[in-house]
Design a protein around this ligand. Structure first.
Ligand SMILES: Nc1nc2c(ncn2[C@@H]2O[C@H](COP(=O)(O)OP(=O)(O)OP(=O)(O)O)[C@@H](O)[C@H]2O)c(=O)[nH]1
Ligand SMILES: [Mg+2]
Length: 301
């Protein structure tokens, strides 16, 4: 079994040590004054929460503290944590992977964001839950990309449908879904080539892949893999992907690699997209489903 809370701890370790322990210590004082709020804003921005989200969070916390007549530092700290959790709870339909229905998940994102690794992690977790998973190697740009997915497939023990390098990604998706039907798979995960969100043709190619998949009677979701270390730049990328292809949720990879885990708050608040999973390292089990309360506890603990 995955120990989820320890994976989340591992993922936010650097952020906790660099910024959130400082934020927590701000409230060790007996009373909260104007300069405490100013310092809080600076620390939140340093942690990559983003100016707009930091202001919103502070405004909500101050309002709550005023209304409830909270004066002591520790009380205000608790209020801040509650408001963080509220900000992180994006209205979504829950985690589609828990729904129990047949799924095809198209995994998209910029180059090197962690798509293929995150797919392997998902396949690993789902297989352990007893689901039959098939992977489709629709990143046909590079031979190495196909090999990388096949390697993971072998390691985990799941089938990978692949064509020759240079082939048509749509044809790979078609064959993968055909195989999924024949072999009664529960979950199909499609790896796609990394692309810059600004490249029109490549975004059109993704839409074509979505159209191929939609011909099948299977629930379709698009998972955006975002690299946590790209910080605020990642937000602009995510907006482009959302506009071009629609995005059901985010797999936030490499959270372990950044001290600026405050980006999680910016993503939820500014994009209004749910973070479904976090990546916490390079191994197969280095992931956890995202959970707002668990995240806030871990980042302050
Ligand atoms: N530390 C850490 N490294 C990660 C994580 N996820 C992925 N990586 C690493 O990031 C690098 C890129 O990962 P890939 O999965 O190949 O990324 P990709 O998006 O498929 O890349 P392209 O196919 O080239 O677009 C690899 O070295 C991975 O091991 C994570 O959660 N934590
Ligand atoms: Mg890849």
């Amino acid at each position: 079994m995955l120990n989820l809370s320890s994976k989340t701890d591992q993922g936010v370790k650097r952020s906790r040590e660099a910024w959130f322990s400082k934020i927590s210590r701000l409230f060790d004082r007996s009373s909260v004054e104007e300069d405490t709020w100013e310092e809080l804003e600076e620390l939140l921005i340093a942690a990559d929460v983003g100016v707009a989200t930091a202001e919103e969070l502070i405004q909500r916390t101050r309002k709550y503290a005023r209304e409830e007549k909270l004066r002591e530092g520790s009380q205000v700290r608790s209020a801040l944590k509650v408001e963080m959790v509220n900000l992180l709870k994006v209205d979504d339909n829950g985690n589609f992977l828990d729904s129990g229905i047949r799924q095809v998940i198209l995994v998209v994102g910029v180059n090197g964001s962690g798509k293929t690794t995150s797919i392997a992690k998902l396949a690993y977790v789902l297989s352990k839950k007893g689901k039959k998973v098939i992977l489709g190697a629709a990143d046909t740009f590079r031979a190495a990309a196909i090999e990388q997915l096949k390697h993971w497939g072998q390691e985990i023990g799941v089938d990978v449908v692949a064509h020759q390098p240079g082939g048509d990604p749509g044809a790979v998706v078609y064959d993968t879904l055909q195989a999924a039907q024949n072999r009664q798979a529960d979950v199909v995960i499609i790896d796609t080539a990394g692309r810059l969100h600004t490249k029109f043709n490549l975004m059109e190619e993704l839409k074509k892949v979505q159209r191929v998949a939609s011909k099948y009677d299977i629930n379709q979701e698009t998972l955006l893999v975002m690299d946590a270390t790209t910080g605020q730049n990642g937000l602009a990328q995510a907006r482009h992907f959302t506009e071009a292809t629609g995005v059901s949720g985010i797999f936030l990879s490499k959270l372990d690699g950044t001290a600026k885990g405050g980006i999680v708050l910016a993503i939820c608040h500014e994009l209004k997209l749910p973070i479904l999973f976090i990546g916490t390292g390079e191994q197969l089990d280095d992931m956890a489903p995202f959970d707002a309360e668990g995240f806030v506890e871990a980042i302050f603990s």
